[in-house]
Structure formats: C-alpha cells, structure tokens
Design a protein around this ligand. Structure first.
Ligand SMILES: NC(=O)c1ccc[n+]([C@@H]2O[C@H](COP(=O)([O-])OP(=O)(O)OC[C@H]3O[C@@H](n4cnc5c(N)ncnc54)[C@H](OP(=O)(O)O)[C@@H]3O)[C@@H](O)[C@H]2O)c1
Length: 237
C-alpha cells in the first residue's frame, strides 16, 4: 500500500460507492481527504462511515461556475479522483437527444471541467473512473459505451498535456454500490448471482477493490495514460 501521509486528496463523488471506497483507502493511507458531492446529507454520512477527520464539500460537477469557484479557493491538491456519472441506457432509437446529452453532461463534461479547474502539484495525479462498456459494448448501452470511451480518450490526451502530472483511469466491472439500487431487489440478487457464477474472480467487486486500484495509480510515479481494468476478469469472457 502507498503512503499518502499529509497529502491532500480530493474525491469528487466520494459520498458513495466507488468514490467512498477510494476515500476510505486514501484516508487509511494517511491522506488529508476531502470528499465532494451534491448532497450535504450523503457527504456527512460518508464522512461518518470513513470514521475520521474528513473534509466535505458540496459541489455539483455539472455546474461550470461552481466548479471554477470551488477550485479557485481550494488550493493545490496532491491527488484528485473523479468518480461520478450515471444514466444513458437504452437503444439509440428509443433515446431522445436530451437523454443522450444528459449522459454526457453527467460524466464526460464534469471530468473535463474538473481537469481544467483543478490545481495539482508536481508529482501529483488525476484519476478518472470509466467502465467496461467503454471497451466492450453491451446491448442497449451505446451511449454509455461512448461516454466511457470518451473519458478514456480524455485520460490519454491529458496524460500528455498535463505532463508531468499523471493522468489515469480505472475501468470497473460490476461493483456492489448504490448505483444498482435502480434494480428491484430480486433483479439485483439475480444479477449479482450471475456475476459471481461467471466471472473468473467468482465474486462481485467491492468499492474498496476499485479504491485500492485508484490509490495505486495515484501513488505509482511511473504510471500515466493508463486505463486499468478492475473487473474480476470480465474482459476475458
Ligand atoms: N458500480 C458499478 O458497477 C460500476 C461499473 C462500471 C462503471 N461504474 C462507474 O463508476 C462511477 C461511480 O459509480 P458508483 O457505482 O460509485 O455510483 P454511486 O454509488 O451512485 O456514486 C456516485 C457518486 O457521485 C456523486 N455525484 C453524482 N453526480 C454528481 C455531480 N454532478 N456532482 C458531484 N457529485 C456527483 C454522488 O453523490 P450525489 O448524488 O450526492 O451528488 C455519489 O457520491 C460511475 O461513473 C459509473 O458509471 C460503476
């Protein structure tokens, strides 16, 4: 495990799921952690779950002015992780343009916006979260595939433009987070059982599995421009 003793680590999306798992891992590695999200209540719950002195910031990453203002006043960060994004499933003929734009607005543009605004110290890093669909499409997910592939392209481009700041991404497979609350409990159970039966790793991913991968990308000084799969071997199937 890398040590982040005294380092300032920001997790945008740190109030839930993969972001919360990332914040926990960074906190346990000694970082001075800030978690950002839209809901003050969720942030407070997450800070309690982490169980230590964590700073919270109410921030809507879809809001240009709010992001610019926040980073203008937040000072320089050692490591920034962005773990937000939602929506956009459906066959293209069933999706109206507003829904397709909304999927890009909820993920790609916030990542781009935060990358523009955040000040990261030399030797620091920026890490994004994409998703397996970015490389291997599934039925009725072409927009989600495009959003995640766009974030992967942004990752590689920024790794060059922001050098020597390192820019990486993790590409999670199925991770047990509140994102799956959209399914009924029966459908969720069946989905998890299918994953546990078929994946080479024979388990559902946990948020801390992705958090540990993100902490490796933050801490390893020779890794940049990488999209790291953390998917239990899903790409092998
Ligand atoms: N879970 C999986 O199986 C899985 C698999 C592949 C890829 N992914 C990707 O991983 C990312 C994180 O997923 P997750 O499962 O961790 O989701 P999650 O549990 O729903 O967490 C999303 C986090 O992002 C925050 N957030 C959402 N929109 C925001 C905004 N506009 N501004 C600031 N914060 C915002 C949420 O807080 P508020 O709502 O309070 O703002 C929450 O803290 C997503 O991009 C998802 O597509 C997930």
């Amino acid at each position: 495990m890398y040590s982040f003793d005294g380092m300032r680590v920001l997790v945008v999306g740190g109030s839930s799921g993969i972001g919360l798992g990332t914040a926990k891992v960074a906190f346990e590695a000694g970082a001075d952690v800030t978690i950002a999200g839209r809901s003050e209540e969720r942030l407070a719950g997450a800070a309690k779950a982490i169980g230590g002195n964590v700073t919270t910031a109410v921030l809507d990453a879809t809001d240009d002015a709010a992001v610019t203002d926040y980073f203008a006043g937040s000072g320089a960060w050692n490591h920034v992780a962005v773990t937000i994004g939602k929506g956009g499933r459906g066959l293209i003929q069933d999706l109206d343009m507003a829904t397709a734009y909304a999927a890009m607005d909820a993920k790609f543009w916030p990542y781009f916006r935060i990358a523009r605004a955040a000040e990261i110290v030399t030797g620091g890093s920026l890490t994004f979260v994409t998703g397996g669909l970015g490389q291997r499409p599934a039925p009725a997910a072409s927009v989600l595939s495009a959003v995640n592939a766009a974030v992967e392209g942004l990752t590689r481009g920024l790794a060059i433009d922001f050098s020597p700041t390192r820019v990486n991404a993790v590409s999670p497979g199925a991770i047990d987070t509140p994102l799956w609350d959209q399914l009924s409990s029966d459908a969720r159970k069946a989905h998890y059982e299918r994953i546990e039966a078929t994946l080479p790793a024979k388990r559902m991913g946990q948020p801390e599995d992705v958090g540990q991968a993100i902490s490796m990308l933050m801490g390893n000084p020779f890794t940049t421009g990488v999209v790291l799969q953390v998917d239990g071997g899903s790409m092998l199937l």
